[in-house]
Design a protein around this ligand. Structure first.
Ligand code: TEU
Ligand code: CA
Length: 547
């Protein structure tokens, strides 16, 4: 079984992890300084968000040089030291490969925009306008049109994300060869795996037809993702890069469905695993991220069940409850007030007991929560800042927009890691690039390190349990139906052992869904037994060895 199927993976957003040189920005030496902490979690690999040279309009996902390190994050020497430090501790490195677009400050784009005859012109998508406006009605993930008019040649270029992230034309063989060279370069530096940023959108529909979808997530699925040559491009990368370099891959798959995901996970020609967004778009209305909708535990449960069924026989899921693009998991799915500790532990139980490779986002192992911004000016996220420009045009008040971003904005995930209760949460000795969450005085790694009942030590215990349990790593998944709709109970079963995971995703006491006699408790987030299941109670039990 490939290492990735047994692994627990830790995601690090380096700018917000630890600032080793006190310039206010997290950096590679900061990650190196914390390698013993990372190893103490029991994780097997680190997924590092992009560290390439970038104007940093979109947190490094706007790359201007794929072959060099962003100066404020460190040097190539630091990178070599980080790889060595991880491998020395028997941990692997997953690099974030930004395939769909480059920065507009990348030399390729600087050339491409010069003239229609330039040799780099077709590295990107250029079209004349229509009826005095953009070539079609496509909207950017970051609000506004997905096209920008460029004066030099009076044509529009496509950018599914910000205007500083022009989409690369993967239909051009030269683009594919250049991207392969980049991946080989990092593979030769010891990178063990790649996280493939929005890989599902790299094949565009010929002729750029208008979108006939009103719901933005339908637009992603039916218009931007799953293009006609996507499967072909994935197979080509697998043949020319991933297999020769023996690299594991995890695709970021907005727009995939349980019905089509396996197309990209073929054993010989596909990716190793993929992130789906079924649950991550569950609380988004037709307007996307800043158009929240109520979600239910029932819906949440069915999504996990449906996706497990999709990967039951082939393919492999990457399981996550939060990352740098979404609100903190305890604030979004749990209860970050009176049940902060219990619900953090419950979500950790869910994440680490689910079938598929679990990815834990930095800070979720200590229960970091959302941040409350009091003004949009405090946001450091282009998606939010640009979203506010559109919201204002649509007459939304700042109060209403603040509610949206305080619930769903990406700033929530990008606050500096809370190391201790000192100034700047021990992240830096100077005020960081991004606001520190004031609750770092109580929620921080130092306060939890030696507390046996802390979220951090519960996480460590759950990692040990998962890694020593065949059912939890390889076993089949089955939902156990419950009367109580806020109870999520499922089984993980190998041919010799069965674990039952019981989760109360509510702030109410409920009846136990099954008889616990003759069952051994493996782990739980409440100490003593209780006649009813308590608010946000999580427990894993297994049948006692038959006497
Ligand atoms: O995210 C793209 C994506 O599909 C969305 O899941 C993401 O939430 C985005 O914010 C739209 O709401 C990837 C990266 O993870 C993200 O950080 C980048 O901003 C984006 O691609 C562009 O590279
Ligand atoms: Ca720094």
């Amino acid at each position: 079984m490939s290492w990735h199927k047994r692994a627990v993976i830790y995601q690090i957003y380096p700018r917000s992890f630890y600032d080793s040189n006190n310039d206010g920005v997290g950096d590679l030496q900061g990650v190196i300084a914390k390698l013993d902490y990372i190893q103490s979690l029991g994780v097997d690999a680190v997924w590092l968000n992009p560290i390439y040279k970038s104007p940093n309009e979109d947190g490094g996902y706007d790359v201007s040089d794929f072959y060099s390190i962003q100066p404020e994050l460190g040097t190539m020497e630091d990178f070599h030291q980080l790889v060595a430090g991880l491998h020395l501790r028997n941990m692997k490195l997953i690099m974030d490969m930004v395939l769909n677009h480059s920065s507009d400050e990348h030399p390729w784009f600087q050339q491409s925009r010069l003239s229609k005859e330039n040799e780099f012109r077709d590295f990107y998508f250029w079209l004349p306008g229509k009826n005095g406006g953009p070539p079609n009605n496509w909207k950017s993930f970051f609000s506004g049109s997905a096209w920008q008019l460029d004066g030099a040649t009076n044509e529009y270029y496509l950018h599914l994300f910000s205007g500083k992230q022009p989409d690369l034309n993967w239909d051009l063989p030269t683009v594919r060869e250049e991207m392969k060279k980049i991946m080989r370069f990092w593979a030769n530096k010891g990178v063990d795996a790649l996280r493939l940023d929005v890989i599902t959108t790299i094949s565009k529909r010929p002729g750029f037809p208008n979108s006939d979808q009103t719901d933005f997530n339908d637009t992603i699925r039916k218009v931007y993702a799953n293009g006609p040559r996507l499967k072909e491009f994935v197979a080509e990368l697998r043949r020319d890069v991933f297999d020769p370099a023996q690299m594991v891959t995890v695709g970021e798959g907005p727009g995939i469905s349980p019905q089509n995901a396996l197309e990209y996970l073929d054993n010989e020609k596909g990716l190793s695993m993929i992130f789906h967004f079924g649950h991550m778009f569950l609380d988004q209305g037709s307007g996307g991220r800043f158009d929240p909708r109520k979600w239910s535990v029932e819906e949440f449960k069915r999504i996990f069940e449906e996706w497990d069924r999709a990967f039951a026989k082939q393919g492999w899921g990457a399981v996550f409850l939060g990352n740098h693009d979404f609100a903190r998991m305890v604030s979004r799915w749990g209860n970050d007030k009176e049940y902060h500790v219990q619900s953090s532990k419950l979500l950790i139980t869910l994440l680490l007991a689910m079938r598929g490779t679990p990815f834990i986002f930095q800070g979720d192992e200590i229960g970091m929560t959302n941040l409350i911004l009091s003004s949009v000016n405090q946001s450091r996220d282009f998606e939010t800042i640009n979203g506010w420009r559109t919201a204002q045009k649509n007459g939304k008040s700042e109060k209403e927009f603040l509610e949206n971003i305080n619930y769903a904005g990406r700033d929530n995930a990008r606050t500096p890691f809370q190391w201790n209760d000192q100034a700047n949460a021990g992240f830096s000795s100077v005020p960081p690039w991004m606001m520190v969450n004031p609750n770092h005085t109580t929620i921080n790694a130092a306060a939890q390190e030696n507390d046996r009942d802390s979220i951090l030590n519960y996480f460590r215990a759950m990692v040990r349990i998962r890694k020593n349990s065949i059912p939890l790593t390889e076993g089949q998944y089955t939902t156990i139906e419950c009367q109580e709709k806020n109870l999520y109970v499922f089984e993980r079963q190998s041919d010799r052992e069965k674990m039952i995971i019981i989760l109360n995703l509510s702030s109410h006491e409920l009846e136990w869904p099954l008889d616990l006699t003759n069952h051994e408790k493996i782990i739980g987030n409440y100490e003593e037994r209780h006649p009813r299941i308590r608010p946000w109670e999580a427990m894993i039990i297994k049948k006692s060895e038959s006497r």
